[in-house]
Ligand binder design. Sequence first.
Ligand code: PLP
Length: 383
Amino acid sequence: MLPVRRSELATFFSPTPNTTLFMPRATEVIISLPALRHNLRFAAGLAPNSKIWAVVKADAYGHGIEAVLPSLAQADGFALVEFERAAQLRALGVTAPILMLEGAFTPEDLAQAARDGLSLVVHEAGQIDWFERFESGPRVSVYLKLNSGMNRLGLPVEQFRQAWSRLRNTPSVGSITLMTHFANADLPQGTDAAMALFENATRGLEGDRSLANSAAILSLPHLHADWIRPGIMLYGSTPFADRSAMSLGLEPVMTLRSRLIACQTLSPGEAVGYGSTFVADRPMRIGVVACGYADGYPRHAPTGTPVAVAGVRTRTVGRVSMDMLTVDLEPVPRARVGDPVELWGRSIPVDEVAAAAGTIGYELTCAIAQRVRRSVVDDGDPA
Ligand SMILES: *Cc1c(COP(=O)(O)O)cnc(C)c1O
């Protein structure tokens, strides 16, 4: 038994330590609410005749659902996958519609849906059985999902109309919206085959339609339908491999920043970091940044990944370690300990860091670690 009382342990493990006792580590995430509001308005402007599900799964793509919620108030509803989060939104007083994108995981989830007024995706025949056996409570709105080629969630075309009829004849089911999710909305003609399937499966069925994720919202206006489902674009990152968020008119919501905590001078032939993967070929100044993979910075980011030191764009060098990474100070000769470093944000799009690390912006914002301090700005520039 540790000689520590439970209450002390709770304090010790608290993700937000008492910052009056010491200077916290400089690694921090800043969330720009004006940028978020801009991106939501932008989505609304692209699809003026559609209603908007603001997608806030995975803690609003890592941005912090409670922090972003008030700035998404102009959305018509919130879409997510975690039932405990949906309950939390209701407890916070959110009265807007909430859509559960993976639907019920167990029959008991239907009771929560009825009680909390949650709309449920139905993507699998077993979920229809649950509705047929569920009697009590107010009717639950359903989003009946077609598998249009992603082969992840959704009923096959052959079963779709029968599923619709079964649901229509089930007393616990309210309105039925017809939906699908595209595997390739980011590619030219990427939705053609999926839309042929969808139109075939849904012809003549009554109900609203919901099709478009960010990629489709941004590039396929004829597919906006009744309800759009923007996710990544709200957070100011691009769903396309070849079009930057800025070129699309989006503003970055998350900034990850830190500071230099050391500077080193390398002689030609000297290396930096684990594995000595980067070797200086000339005298070089190197900055050590208090941010590593335990903060959510991708360890796979290779030498050359963009980073900004004191506002000047430069590159990472060597391997990313748990709590630190190292940067080339050649373009910033005056750089010194304490200087601010932007890992991603307005100067360095998260999508560029993601591309360098072989992933997408979605994964990076979702991966910000617990220990990283978070704050919110509501006056424009996070700097
Ligand atoms: C996550 C999700 C979205 C949002 O996708 P983005 O590419 O982030 O816009 C839309 N629809 C469904 C069903 C989703 O799961």
